[in-house]
Design a protein around this ligand. Structure first.
Ligand SMILES: [Zn+2]
Length: 160
């Protein structure tokens, strides 16, 4: 008899997005993303962080002050990292994106252009903001589906 308490595909891929977020150096917001092909094979993962070559210790991580003294000008979001860091030979046609936070409008553009067709997100804490409204408008116009990941309360402790 096979075991029955194994995790679902959605739990597996969202779990990987969550684990990826743990790599983020951002003191305020940790986001992870996992891109999965229609055959349920993982294509790429990412988390929010500074661009390659911009050393974490040399960059600002704050949210306040002058634009050039805050993180916003510099941090590359998890979804964009997952898209840009892919080194395989397949494309993202009909792929799914698991992401722990609903994509901003800048990532939404990249998601659309990449061919991803469905987004499964965790938090939607910026719902109602112009950025999120713009994302949803673009997703609706381009037929990209999005749905919230619904936890069933399953918890897994990892001894790392
Ligand atoms: Zn973004």
């Amino acid at each position: 008899m096979k075991r029955n308490d194994y995790i679902s595909w959605d739990q597996y891929f969202m779990g990987i997005a969550m684990l990826s977020a743990e790599r983020s150096k951002d003191p305020n917001t940790q986001v992870g993303a996992c891109i999965v092909g229609p055959d349920n094979r993982i294509l790429s993962v990412g988390y929010n962080g500074m661009p390659q070559g911009c050393e974490d210790d040399d960059m600002p991580w704050g949210r306040d002050g002058a634009a050039l003294e805050s993180k916003y000008m510099f941090v590359c979001h998890a979804e964009l990292n997952a898209i840009l860091n892919y080194r395989g030979s397949r494309n993202f046609k009909d792929a799914r994106l698991y992401v722990t936070l609903f994509p901003c409008n800048e990532c939404a553009k990249a998601i659309i252009q990449s061919g991803i067709k469905e987004i499964i997100y965790g938090s939607d804490k910026y719902h109602g903001t112009d950025s999120t409204l713009a994302s949803k408008r673009m997703f609706d116009l381009t037929g990209i589906k999005y749905r919230r990941f619904e936890s069933d309360g399953t918890t897994i402790n990892l001894n790392l």
